[in-house]
Design a protein around this ligand. Structure first.
Ligand code: UT7
Length: 336
């Protein structure tokens, strides 16, 4: 296998959201909350929710197609599709369905689950394939339909989540710099109960004295204040580790692109690094927390409206259930 000497180029992005929008005031018709509480405690004004006929494969495929179009790639030139999701349409995996829908006939496609950190975990995984030379073109998709698993009567969690998808096209390049400058990924299962989506404990008779468990999931279980504390402690720490290990000063960053969970978390991380708030990308007011989709959804919006430009340096961090968290430093190349 040829070893790639250059690195990785980020050459295309895309995103998709469902057509239904649910405002804070509309949520107030279902649970005891208010637009004012949600906006001041989270920064969220509305979110998109999949309605009849919409699903994860549809969202992921649509984001994938627009990333391919920006990159100028024919789908049959793709070697690898990784779908970061915790909410597949099919528990056996939804990536192959996306691969089929976009016509990426020669690509291998699989799901990767790391909740809200999933997109960064998938991007780093794709990078390993690209660096060994075993694949040349990879599409990393982050997509989630968490609204399937929200308890719509629990006001402490239902106000946060929405559905969406984003994708980034990554290519191995022999010459030029490396678009993925560094990364750090972490997990801590001992704190997993702060945020999880567990199976029902449902034991049924099988034959004789034997039993079997019937599959089925509960709804999202979250200790909001604990997750908040985890995020404001671990995200700055991992970003600091990454900046130190790559010798990058925070002043040289063009953008801070964090998992869009809560505006207060974004602001706290920016303050810790003295990063001006106008360098912190945020669109959670429109979409809420779309889990694995937040980072590529925000990235694509900022590329398309011209905020992120060719050569810009971006520090990104994802965090969430697992617990899992990670950070990556990357440079936008744009279409080659
Ligand atoms: O991808 C990671 C996903 N998870 C997260 O990012 C969650 C991180 N955590 C958070 O964002 C925040 O903890 C929340 C937004 C979930 C909650 O904000 P908070 O400032 O930590 O509020 P709290 O849970 O401490 O609750 C404060 C009060 C409570 O009332 P009392 O006990 O003070 O009377 C809650 O019952 O706010 C009440 N409350 C609400 N009131 C109106 C909780 N949810 C709501 C609501 N509307 N939706």
């Amino acid at each position: 296998m040829p070893e790639i000497k250059g690195g990785i180029a980020l050459v295309g992005s895309g995103s998709a959201t469902p057509s239904q929008r649910l405002t804070n005031d509309q949520l107030g018709l279902r649970v005891e909350t208010s637009d004012e509480w949600i906006r001041t405690r989270t920064g969220i004004s509305e979110r998109c929710v999949c309605g009849a006929g919409e699903n994860l494969v549809g969202l992921g495929s649509s984001a994938a197609r627009s990333a391919l179009e920006m990159a100028g790639w024919d789908s049959c030139t793709l070697d690898l599709v990784i779908l970061a999701t915790s909410t597949p349409d099919d528990l056996f995996g939804s990536a192959p369905q996306i691969q089929a829908q976009i016509g990426a006939s020669k690509a291998v496609a699989f799901d990767l689950t790391a909740a809200c950190s999933g997109f960064l975990f998938a991007m780093v995984t794709a990078a390993q394939y690209l660096r060994t030379g075993s694949v040349r073109r990879a599409l990393v998709i982050g997509a989630d339909q968490l609204t399937r698993w929200v308890d719509w009567d629990d006001r402490t969690s239902c106000v946060l989540f929405g559905d969406g998808a984003g994708a980034i096209a990554m290519e191995a390049q022999e010459e030029g710099g490396d678009g993925l400058i560094g990364f750090k990924l972490k997990s801590d299962g001992s704190r997993g109960e702060c945020l999880n989506l567990p199976q029902f404990q449902n034991s049924l008779p099988l034959v004789d004295e034997k039993t079997h468990q019937k599959g089925g999931f509960s709804t999202i279980q979250m200790n909001g204040p604990e997750v908040y504390k985890f995020a404001v402690r671990e995200v700055p720490a991992i970003l600091e580790e990454l900046l130190n290990s790559t010798n990058i000063a925070s002043e040289t960053l063009d953008w801070l692109l964090l998992h869009q969970a809560n505006q207060r978390i974004l602001d706290a991380v920016a303050d810790r690094f003295d990063i001006p708030h106008n360098k912190v990308l945020s669109n959670l007011s429109k979409y809420g927390n779309t889990s694995a989709a937040t980072i590529p959804l925000m990235f694509d919006e900022a590329v398309r409206d011209g905020r992120i430009q060719q050569g810009h340096l971006i520090a990104s961090s994802g965090f969430g259930a697992g617990l899992s968290w990670g950070a990556a430093l990357f440079r936008w190349q744009g279409p080659l």
